[in-house]
Write a protein that binds this ligand. Structure first.
Ligand SMILES: NC(=O)c1ccc[n+]([C@@H]2O[C@H](COP(=O)([O-])OP(=O)(O)OC[C@H]3O[C@@H](n4cnc5c(N)ncnc54)[C@H](OP(=O)(O)O)[C@@H]3O)[C@@H](O)[C@H]2O)c1
Length: 340
């Protein structure tokens, strides 16, 4: 069986990565279509050794398309995902538009693949990039010792804010070297040689929308009883999100046991030598599929506490790879039929 797949947002950071991941994993597609806005019609994007000419989402007929990987933002998804699903395709959406909808499963295959058995609207949501790597690391620990509370500080790369944000870091870095004026556009303050403790809009609570998303998504995917508090920070890194994570458990668990559990966990690689360089940094995880865990240690300030450092490629496990893995699970579990 093979499937007709459309990638919406194919010229963007996530869309391009989706095309790479589909090709690398030899996804069983008989046709792959690249879609974006009318601005990009005719632009060429890579799909393995081939190139695809981008078509306009606005004029595309989804009849006969089986799987649509959407990464064109929440506004586009709000309008288009239901229309596409009504034509019979399953939409796997990367925006935050549908994540908290009770009738839309929010899925990380290593964590809650069973949620795929309840697709009511023809839409499946991919979590926020920072949530995905976090729950991949937390799930096996929750199974072992029941997580009560998680405290996270993120160090998020600029690629998480789209291709324009990557250009802004590049431009500003260059401007610093040639003493040109720095003009923030996408970010509210200078991002080159700086860090910004603010991602997405502020809420009345004082948290930002990005922080709120992580807190509620962890509950939807993993367990509604887990309390999480998050500080999201944008850092001048092109690809790869890092997280300093402290977890409080109900039951006792040692750092040694955590290391052993995570070594066996799907999607996780432990790199944790307590010596110079014995940990993973974002530059090393770019282009990789795993969620890396380093700096595992006891937190002596609570009864059963552990701290760790979690790093992953936000464009891959945080977005494109997770979406393609969801599509693979649909096929493996016979939850989708080919329209052809
Ligand atoms: N980057 C990440 O780490 C990450 C992780 C998880 C989720 N996400 C989510 O994934 C989505 C895409 O992110 P990104 O980083 O790839 O953004 P991006 O680099 O800015 O790309 C946006 C894509 O959306 C397309 N698009 C915009 N308006 C459109 C319209 N009206 N009709 C059709 N296509 C349209 C763009 O096409 P044109 O080139 O034609 O404008 C482009 O292909 C966002 O919802 C984001 O929140 C991103």
């Amino acid at each position: 069986m093979s499937y007709k797949v459309a990638v919406v947002g194919a010229t963007g950071n996530v869309g391009r990565e989706m095309l790479s991941v589909l090709s690398e994993r030899q996804f069983p597609a008989n046709e792959v279509v690249a879609l974006a806005s009318t601005r990009s019609v005719g632009t060429e994007v890579s799909f393995g050794d081939a190139t695809l000419k981008v078509k306009a989402l606005d004029y595309f007929d989804f009849k006969g398309t089986d799987i649509v990987l959407m990464s064109a933002g929440g506004d586009v998804s709000k309008v288009w995902s239901p229309k596409i699903a009504a034509q019979g395709a399953i939409v796997i959406d990367n925006s935050s538009q549908w994540r908290m909808d009770r009738d839309v499963p929010l899925v990380v295959p290593e964590v809650n693949v069973e949620a795929l058995h309840n697709i009511k609207k023809g839409i499946i949501a991919n979590p926020n990039c920072s949530t995905t790597q976090l729950v991949v690391a937390l799930k096996p620990l929750h199974d072992e010792a029941t997580i009560k509370r998680v405290v996270v500080a993120t160090y998020q790369s600029v690629s998480g804010a789209g291709k324009d944000a990557m250009d802004e870091l590049f431009r500003q870095t260059r401007a610093v070297y040639v003493a040109d004026p720095i003009e923030p556009e996408k970010f509210t303050k200078q991002i080159a040689f700086n860090v910004i403790p603010h991602i997405a809009d502020f809420l009345d609570s004082g948290y930002t929308k990005e922080e709120w998303k992580m807190m509620v998504e962890v509950q939807k995917i993993l367990d509604p009883d887990i309390q999480t508090t998050v500080t999201c920070v944008r850092v001048p890194v092109f690809i790869g999100h890092s997280e300093a994570v402290t977890v409080e458990f109900e039951k006792p668990i040692t750092a040694q046991r955590e290391r052993a559990i995570l070594r066996e966990a799907p999607g996780v690689l432990v790199v944790d030598k307590h010596e110079d360089g014995g940990y993973v940094t974002p530059i090393e995880c770019a282009g990789e599929d795993a969620t890396y865990v380093s700096r595992i240690r006891k937190d002596p300030t609570v009864e059963h506490g552990l701290s760790m450092w979690v790093v992953s490629d936000n464009l891959r496990k945080g977005a494109a790879l997770n979406a393609v893995q969801i599509a693979e699970c649909l096929i493996n579990r016979k939850l989708i039929k080919s329209a052809a």
